[in-house]
Design a protein around this ligand. Sequence first.
Ligand SMILES: C[S@@+](CC[C@H](N)C(=O)[O-])C[C@H]1O[C@@H](n2cnc3c(N)ncnc32)[C@H](O)[C@@H]1O
Length: 215
Amino acid sequence: MFDGVARRYDLTNTVLSFGQDRGWRRATRLALDLAPGDRVLDLGAGTGVSTAELARSGAYAVGADLSLGMLRAGHASRPAVPLLAADALRLPFPDAAFDAVTISFALRNIVDPDAALREMARVTKPGGRLVVCEFSHPTWAPFRVAYLNYLMRALPEVARRVASNPDAYVYLAESIQAWPDQAGLAARVAGNGWGSVAWRNLTGGIVALHRAVRP
Ligand SMILES: C[S@@+](CC[C@H](N)C(=O)[O-])C[C@H]1O[C@@H](n2cnc3c(N)ncnc32)[C@H](O)[C@@H]1O
């Protein structure tokens, strides 16, 4: 599915999110509290749009993804961003290889998110940070109703005009609805190798940033 959306992935995201995606990526970088010289893994990096943002901190940011189509699109548009092919469930890195690990809009797409969280903990140093940036559930009921209308009705229509594989955006809407809420995801993170779990909502809870520390 991601091979099919790769060609226009970055543009489609910005159109469908009304440009909010840029702020969400910046907030993810700041939540990771990266310092120059840190090594950070961006899992499910796709075209490297999230990895490029992390590199602005001065840290060494490497992206990993399963979709060769997304990686090819990333190599073409961002040749300076290190991107490699890897499965989140069997990462090709030794234990404790990274100071921080992050995943943006990808944990929801992995067949076994719990196993991916454990694998991320394995490759992170003790005391290292995790930030999960993922769609979540708006907290204010009237806003939630308006957002769900957009998600289920308007978004697939807009995607039909912009995306290279519009059906993938029907999946996007359905997978967002099926994903756990803020507290539910915090429990999943805490149950799979991470401590000091906390979260903060962005754009009224359309997106949540979950932070955690590797014990
Ligand atoms: C919605 S994209 C997110 C891309 C990017 N992080 C961003 O912020 O735009 C989700 C990515 O997760 C990747 N993915 C899904 N399952 C994976 C797995 N098991 N291992 C690595 N990447 C995976 C997909 O190939 C896809 O590129």
